[in-house]
Design a protein around this ligand. Sequence first.
Ligand code: DGY
Length: 318
Amino acid sequence: MKILATCKLPEELMAPIKEKYEVVMADNENEPMPRKRLLSEIEAADGLFTNVADVIDQEVFDRAKQLKVVSTMAVGYDNIDLEVARNRGILVGHTPGVLTEATADLTFALLMATGRRLIEGMDVIRDDQWKSWGPFFLTGQEIYGKTIGIIGMGKIGLGVAKRAKGFSMNILYHNRSRNEEAEMELDASYLELDALLEQSDYIVLLAPSTKETYHMMSTPQFKKMKHSAVFINTSRGLNVDEEALYQALQSNEIWAAGLDVFQTEPINSNHKLLQLRNVTALPHIGSAAIETRLEMARLAMANLVNGLEGKPLVHQVK
Ligand code: DGY
């Protein structure tokens, strides 16, 4: 059987796999397999190891002649056309759980970096613009004791709430369903979205990307936020109307944004949002801790191999 991996994976993971399967893998570590090659290699593949950089759409499934499993090295699977997969009986696996803490760490780090203007501080030194200590030089927003509003109280949201508790923050959340653990253990309060937007100092978006969450943050939502609000997005770029966010930041409707994800990735220095001082941008590195990425790769491979061997996937997307 043939496994197609669209990213280059470590030899320690691949050596036992290569003994059992024919493996075709991307050549370079930080470059996804070109789409043209993916479309040609998928024809004879039984299993596909993919990640958030690939679009696994109808065209890919149409080319595949004997595909049985698609396994993504990510918790999010909005880049995979699940309906087509389902209709063709192709299993889809993902990697929840193992990236929870690393992503919560990064989310809180981005919240702190944005609130306290850390990256700007570094830029000032690099650009030789640090001339003296000034009473209001690079002043940001306090974090300790402020109100955080978490939109999407799943595993990662809960992880962020635990970190916020350590900073004595007042925790508000909005979610499709109530999260008892957050309410009982962290004293988190469930609010309707509008009330959360109005009351929070830090607004953290962690909702999955679906038809319902497309552009869920747009002009009306930014207008509801405080002028001092810091908006953080470590979920998916499509959840945010970037033009509306640009307007809100430029007109000081909100104070700053920290973004790890964008509507179209990758972005570069010409991106409109990067022209603004009050944007802190990261290149989709929420789960990018060494141990975490190794665990994600192992789990994604276990999903793939289980599927190929006719066993239940460790984490199947239903
Ligand atoms: C995910 O897992 O969905 C992240 O966006 C990539 O780590």
